[in-house]
Design a protein around this ligand. Structure first.
Ligand code: UDH
Ligand code: MN
Length: 280
């Protein structure tokens, strides 16, 4: 007899048997698909014997990083299933070769995911960071949560007290409260610190797992073409509080080029425009 969702019990607060996790790097898309044949297209899955506590959209900013995506998917589907998550994966790909805008892609992921399902939690993650402990819950909490505080490439040390990059979790309300990310950070850096300032400006604070539980693998790589360091971030970060009212989800402008529901993820390819004052 099938159990209907109404008859199902909520999943336990803490899934059983969570512990250290060994990241597998020698993988392929084919291996991932074989291991995840139970997935719904678009990279959706939910526990089959209980009702998950949250509905989680995972948003990955992306351009030209297939090898990292391959490893991320191979490791993260089993990881999220083990945590009994009701989740969907959204890979938001910037079309064209203009300067990369990680933050704007995150906003697009949020805006598109909420059209798909009644998500109430959003995890914004780089494609090249994979947790090394299943107790690092990919979920939302009372405060916006930073989960990339203990990366192997930084010897599992917190780099600075207000660091807020790599992987963050926001409930829908928390993300709307800060008006999402800024849309005006083109190139590498600053958008994460600006988001931190938004959180503080709205009277919230951030939280993190312990350094032990947050241990994660971050792949070491060179700088991508098109993602050169942005040298104009400091004045933007300083003015975050003032700008956040008009720069973010409420000013988000983009054109979807395609949405493809692959077995392991939903790929959203998007035209996010060009930096202001861009010259050809
Ligand atoms: N991303 C892409 N494609 C790009 C650029 C960035 O997919 O071309 C995404 C991806 O999810 C990535 C994230 O944006 O994980 C953040 O970008 P990043 O990984 O380049 O940032 P990180 O801080 O490295 O890891 C910066 C380059 C450091 C070079 C140092 C050389 N010693
Ligand atoms: Mn990286």
């Amino acid at each position: 007899m099938n159990i209907t969702p109404e008859e199902q019990k909520p999943c336990p607060e803490l899934p059983p048997n969570l512990g250290p996790y060994r990241v597998e790097t020698n993988v392929s898309f084919v291996m991932s698909v074989r291991q995840n044949e139970d997935m719904e297209f678009g990279g959706r899955s939910k526990p089959d014997t209980c009702t998950a506590l949250q509905k989680i959209a995972i948003v990955i900013p992306f351009r030209n990083r297939e090898p990292h995506l391959e490893v991320w998917l191979y490791n993260m589907h089993p990881f999220l299933k083990k945590q009994r998550a009701d989740y969907g994966i959204y890979v938001v790909e910037q079309n064209g070769d203009a300067k990369f805008n990680r933050a704007k892609l995150m906003n697009v992921g949020f805006a598109e995911a909420i059209k798909d399902y009644d998500y109430n939690c959003f995890i914004f993650t780089d494609v090249d960071i994979i947790p090394m402990d299943q107790r690092n819950l990919y979920r939302c909490f009372k405060n916006p949560r930073h989960m990339a505080n203990s990366l192997d490439k930084f010897n599992f040390k917190l780099r600075y007290k207000t660091v807020f990059g790599g992987v963050v979790a926001f409930s829908k309300e928390q993300f709307q409260k800060v008006n999402g990310f800024s849309n005006v950070f083109w190139g590498w850096g600053g958008e994460d610190d600006e988001l931190y300032q938004r959180v503080i400006a709205m009277g919230m604070s951030i939280e993190r797992p312990t350094q032990e539980i947050a241990k994660a693998k971050a792949f070491v790589h060179g700088r991508d073409t098109g993602n050169e360091r942005n040298v104009k971030t400091i004045p933007l970060i300083r003015k975050a509080k003032e700008r956040m009212k008009r720069d973010g989800l409420n000013s988000l402008d983009y054109k979807v080029i395609s949405i493809t529901k692959h077995r392991l993820y939903t790929k959203i390819t998007v035209d996010i425009g060009l930096p202001e004052g861009h010259l050809f």
